[in-house]
Write a protein that binds this ligand. Structure first.
Ligand SMILES: [Zn+2]
Ligand SMILES: [Zn+2]
Length: 343
C-alpha cells in the first residue's frame, strides 16, 4: 500500500492547500478508503469557512466514492477489502444512543459530520466508520454516484416525506445542485412538477430535467401562479432564504406540506391560522441513513436519474468550490483523484 496520499486541507487563509499526509491505519470500527471521486456540496463552503476560523486543517467533502483498502476490527461483515463504497454527510451511527435504538439512525447524536467534525473526501485516502458506508451499484460511475450521496438522498428523501401522491402538484423551490436532482426524482415519482427558480436562463434546463412548468420567481408572483394551478400539495425548498420561502406558504393546498432540507439560521414567520385552517404543516428533512442512501442510488439506476456534473481534478478543489459558491456550477462539481472518470 502507498505510504502517503494527497489531501486538500483548509489553510488559515480560508483557501484549500495541497498537502501530503501519511496513510493512516483504520481503528476499531473504521475502514480506510482509496477515494476515486468526491462531489462538491454547497455545505462545503460553510465547512471551509468554519474550519479556517477555528484554525483547523480540516479536509472537506461528504460525497465520497472509493474502494476499501483496509478494514479495522469490529466492522459489519458486509464490508470487504476491494469493495466500492460511498460516504455521505452523516459519517456512521453509534448503534447505542436512544435514537439508534429506535432505528432512527439518521438522527444518531454520536455520529461524525463528514467534512465538518471529521476529515472528508477531498483527498486520495479517507478514514470512515463502517456503519456510515453505502454500497455503490455497478451501473454508476464514481463521478455520477458521488453527488447522489448528499444532493440525491437529501432531495429524494424530502420528496418521499412530502405527503403528495401521484398526480399531485409538487413545487421544487431553488434550481441548483439540489434542485436539479429534485426535479428528476419528482417527475419519476409521478408528481406534477413545478420548478421555481430565478431567471429565464434555467427554464429550459428545468423543463428538460423533468418540470412540467417553470416559474421565474424574479418576475412572476410564484404564489399567485401556484394558486391558479390549484395550490401545491407540497413545496420542497432547496434554499434557506426566508424572504423567498415565506410568501409561498399561502400557496399550499389543504393538507399541504412545506419540506425544508437546507439548514438556515433565519426565523420563518408563519401565520398560525394558515396552518390550522387547512391542516398545513412544515417539516424538516435530514439526508438519511446509509440504507436510505442505497435506496436512493438504486432508484437512480432504476429510473435513470443522473446528476449533471462538471469534473475537475482534486488539485483544483478551490476552483470547484468557487464555482459552487458563485452559482456558476451547472449543476454539480465533482473532484476526481486521477483526473479520469472511472467505474
Ligand atoms: Zn451536502
Ligand atoms: Zn446513535
Amino acid at each position: 500500500m502507498r505510504q502517503a496520499y494527497t489531501a486538500m486541507q483548509v489553510g488559515r487563509s480560508g483557501m484549500l492547500e495541497r498537502v501530503e499526509r501519511d496513510v493512516p491505519r483504520p481503528g476499531f470500527g473504521e475502514v480506510l478508503i482509496e477515494v476515486e471521486a468526491c462531489g462538491v456540496c454547497g455545505a462545503d463552503a460553510v465547512d471551509i469557512e468554519k474550519a479556517a476560523a477555528a484554525g483547523m486543517a480540516r479536509v472537506p467533502g461528504h460525497e465520497v466514492v472509493g474502494r476499501i483498502v483496509a478494514l479495522g476490527a469490529g466492522n459489519p461483515s458486509i464490508w470487504k477489502v476491494g469493495q466500492r463504497v460511498g460516504v455521505g454527510r452523516l459519517g456512521g451511527y453509534c448503534n447505542e444512543c436512544s435514537q439508534c435504538r429506535q432505528g432512527r439512525f439518521q438522527l444518531c447524536q454520536n455520529q461524525p459530520v463528514v467534512g465538518a467534525s471529521c476529515d472528508g473526501g477531498y483527498a486520495g485516502m479517507m478514514l470512515a466508520r463502517g456503519t456510515g458506508l453505502v454500497a455503490i451499484p455497478d451501473e454508476l460511475l464514481a463521478e455520477e454516484a458521488a453527488p447522489i450521496l448528499c444532493a440525491g438522498i437529501a432531495t429524494f428523501n424530502a420528496l418521499k416525506k412530502c405527503g403528495a401522491e401521484a398526480g399531485d402538484l409538487v413545487a421544487v423551490l431553488g434550481i441548483g445542485g439540489l434542485g436539479h436532482m429534485a426535479l428528476q426524482y419528482a417527475r419519476r415519482m409521478g408528481f406534477k412538477v413545478v420548478a421555481i427558480g430565478r431567471g429565464a436562463d434555467i427554464a429550459e434546463d428545468a423543463l428538460a430535467l423533468g418540470a412540467h412548468a417553470y416559474i421565474d420567481n424574479r418576475w412572476e408572483d410564484a404564489a399567485a401562479r401556484l394558486k391558479s394551478m390549484g395550490g401545491a400539495q407540497a413545496i420542497v425548498t432547496m434554499i434557506a432564504h426566508v424572504p423567498t420561502i415565506a410568501p409561498l406558504l399561502s400557496a399550499l393546498a389543504p393538507w399541504g406540506r412545506l419540506v425544508v432540507l437546507n439548514p438556515g439560521t433565519e426565523p420563518l414567520p408563519v401565520s398560525l391560522g394558515l396552518l390550522v385552517g387547512a391542516e398545513r404543516s412544515i417539516i424538516g428533512s435530514i439526508t438519511g441513513s446509509p440504507y436510505d442512501n442505497e435506496k436512493t442510488l438504486n432508484f437512480s439506476v432504476l429510473a435513470s436519474v443522473r446528476p449533471r456534473i462538471e469534473i475537475l481534478p482534486l488539485e483544483q478543489a478551490n476552483e470547484a468550490v468557487r464555482k459552487v459558491k458563485s452559482g456558476e456550477a451547472r449543476f454539480r462539481m465533482v473532484l476526481t483523484m486521477n483526473g479520469q472518470p472511472r467505474l
